[in-house]
Design a protein around this ligand. Structure first.
Ligand code: PLP
Length: 423
């Protein structure tokens, strides 16, 4: 049976993705193999529980698939424990918080308006509704995290959990300094590496696992897998905070986290996505993945420098990773207007608050851009320079519809040279 209506729309989205320049920092293009596993018959299977310990029959095959995903993820990050079932990054964070905290406990996260994520304590999210929140942020002058202030806030507020990680922060993290204060106040550190996970897997950024008790990530950003989340630990541990199961038992952190996922916050795992995660982790274990991640960073650095040379204000002055946040106030255009104008030229970005923004989240003073998706398509430094020029052209002509239409043609002609899927 054909459903022409839906499949015509899927084809329209396919064309949009291949004709345009994808600069959303949290997006990527998966391999065809990841896509194939995502669209497989595994979507038919229920498998509540863990491999070898299910609440459903007929799980012999999915057990092997899920175990493969776990084992490959463990090799990738040198772990002793992982759970690959979270349906998304938000679900992974929810499961960790459910496992480690009681309602009303205090958590400390990176300020959303400085680049943090909703699940790190925002009042509109479960994490801000169920737990008391305090935030750390960046220094106004440098745009970099103010670790002295972070330590000061942690000492004063004594949060039970410190959350590291961001959605829009272009610098590497100092995990060691945070571990020192966490040990002093008895806090759990959750590192949410959703954005730089692929770069960390390729050993191009600081390794959070030696310092952070629990690490979560999405699997679909730099890691280039299907949409989803995972929870990881390099070392399991007897929880020193006296955290108990609902039955009042003291158990190891791994057991608490497993039950934080199921039955805590999810029902049946999505085994088709878990198979796709296994494929993606297998790809990430190959040497080509490191070469790809190196190119992601090279491209991001060229993009940041190119924009700075054209008078754009990059928060913190540059990037260590795949992304950057541009403060557009010096260009007299809002993030919203820039997103719309770039969109008309088929350059996809997202508007984003910048630290100390004076505009609302619906308008914003900035845009966030990143290089994972264009790097997957094969673009190198000289192509990135062309993109920088196109962005500049759009911003300078954002109200000139004819010029935006001309730029769209140039965008399509550039991207046709970088085919992505065989179909
Ligand atoms: N954590 C961080 C740092 C993120 O940037 C994101 C998504 O952008 C998430 C968590 C949530 O991931 P998901 O959209 O899969 O729930």
């Amino acid at each position: 049976m054909n459903d022409q209506t839906v499949f015509d729309l899927i084809e329209a989205e396919h064309q949009r993705q291949i004709e345009g320049i994808e600069l959303i920092a949290s997006e990527n293009f998966t391999s065809e193999t990841v896509m194939k596993a995502t669209g497989s018959i595994l979507t038919n299977k229920y498998a509540e529980g863990l491999p070898g310990r299910r609440y459903y029959g007929g799980c012999e095959v999915v057990d092997q698939i899920e175990q493969l995903a776990i084992d490959r993820l463990k090799s990738l990050f040198n772990l002793t424990w992982a759970n690959v079932q979270p349906h998304s990054g938000s679900q992974a964070n929810a499961a960790v918080m459910l496992a480690c905290l009681n309602p009303g406990d205090k958590i400390m996260g990176f300020d959303l308006s400085h680049g943090g994520h909703l699940t790190h304590g925002s009042p509109v999210n479960f994490s801000g509704k169920l737990y008391k929140n305090v935030f750390y942020g960046v220094e106004k002058e440098t745009g970099k995290i103010d670790y002295t202030k972070l330590v000061e806030i942690a000492r004063k507020e004594k949060p039970k959990m410190i959350i590291l990680g961001a959605s829009a922060y272009s610098r590497d993290w100092d995990y060691k300094i945070v571990r020192e204060v966490a040990d002093e106040i008895g806090a759990v550190i959750l590192a949410d590496i959703s954005h730089p996970a692929g770069l960390i897997a390729a050993k191009l950024l600081n390794d959070p696992f030696d310092y952070c008790h629990i690490v979560t990530t999405t699997t679909h950003k730099t890691l280039r897998g299907p949409r989803g989340g995972v929870i990881m630990m390099r070392n399991d541990f007897e929880n020193p905070w006296g955290i108990k199961t609902p039955k009042g038992e003291l158990r190891k952190m791994s057991a608490l986290l497993d039950s934080g996922v199921f039955p805590g916050t999810q029902g049946g795992p999505l085994e088709h996505l878990i198979a796709a995660k296994a494929v993606a982790f297998g790809e990430a274990l190959k040497p080509a993945f490191k070469t790809y991640q190196e190119q992601v960073i090279k491209n991001a650095k060229v993009m940041a420098q190119g924009l700075v040379d054209l008078g754009f204000d990059i928060i913190s002055g540059g990037t260590d990773n795949h992304s950057m946040l541009i403060d557009l106030r010096s260009k007299n255009i809002t993030g919203k207007a820039a997103e719309i104008a770039l969109g008309k030229a088929d350059i996809t970005v997202n508007k984003n608050m910048v630290p100390f923004d004076d505009k609302s989240p619906f308008v914003t003073s900035g845009i966030r851009i990143g290089t994972p998706a264009v790097t997957t398509r094969g673009l190198k430094e000289n192509d990135i320079q062309k993109i920088v020029a196109l962005i500049d052209q759009v911003i300078n002509n954002h109200e000139n519809e004819a010029e935006l239409a001309n730029i769209k043609v140039a965008v399509k002609s550039l991207m046709t040279k970088f085919p992505i899927y065989a179909w």
